[in-house]
Write a protein that binds this ligand. Sequence first.
Ligand code: DHB
Ligand code: FE
Length: 285
Amino acid sequence: MANITASVYTSHVPAIGAAMDLGKTQEPYWAPLFAGYEASKAWLADERPDVVLLVYNDHANAFSLDLIPTFAIGCAAEFMPADEGWGPRPVPKVVGHPELAAHIAQSLILDDFDLTIANRMEVDHGLTVPLNLMCGSPAQWPFAVIPFAVNVVQYPVPSGMRCYRLGQAIRRAVASYDKPLKVQVWGTGGMSHQLQGPRAGLINREWDNAWLDRLIADPAAVATVPHIEYVREAGSEGIELVMWLIARGAMDDASGGATPRLVRRFYHVPASNTAVGHLILENQR
Ligand code: DHB
Ligand code: FE
């Protein structure tokens, strides 16, 4: 039976990808950020998951205002990096896991979560930057990835509670797959940032860190945080944080099991306009 062993949480910022692609990771501005992921990269290399279900948001690259799926699961064999305006990033193609993805789609839809099935989809920085932060720049990504796109760009976006319950359903879906795969669920995006309007550049360290405390210790309570609190306290793009609740809901304790172990916690400002947060939680074996 497949098993969710751990969850990983990290912000995404396109400039982090550009820093890697242009060889700037050791520059004084970027070095402290990348240093914060070194222990996490070692942990991941040691963990060797078979599949990562990577919850992220598309930024009008694969989708546009023409078509706005709330939740879309990537069921293809592979996913190419999107051209976000400067050509596709020089990163490996993402190799999927169509069989597990189709199983998860079936399980979730029969569990009353109406997913969009994506049989062809390009992936943007929302997906590739978290992979880079956790894996560096390998010739091939070291595991299969099931892209799981969430609309956090155009309202109405899903509530924190919907995301948390979806995570619980993902746990049931993975547990009912009959092959022995080691699966991780990643929640990405956030933390505080606002890219436009009079409050552009907003960062809220205090709220971010209190939110991390709460996500670790009492995720069911964090699931009740309304959209307006994210927007007010973490800025308009801080709403990306609801995606972390999908990964958190997939952990054992969210379904009555044991409390996960906190492996890693990191927080760093500045990275472009965004406060970068990062956690790793491991289910007890
Ligand atoms: C930035 C952050 C994002 O989440 C994004 O999608 C684009 C840009 C930034 O901080 O520059
Ligand atoms: Fe973003």
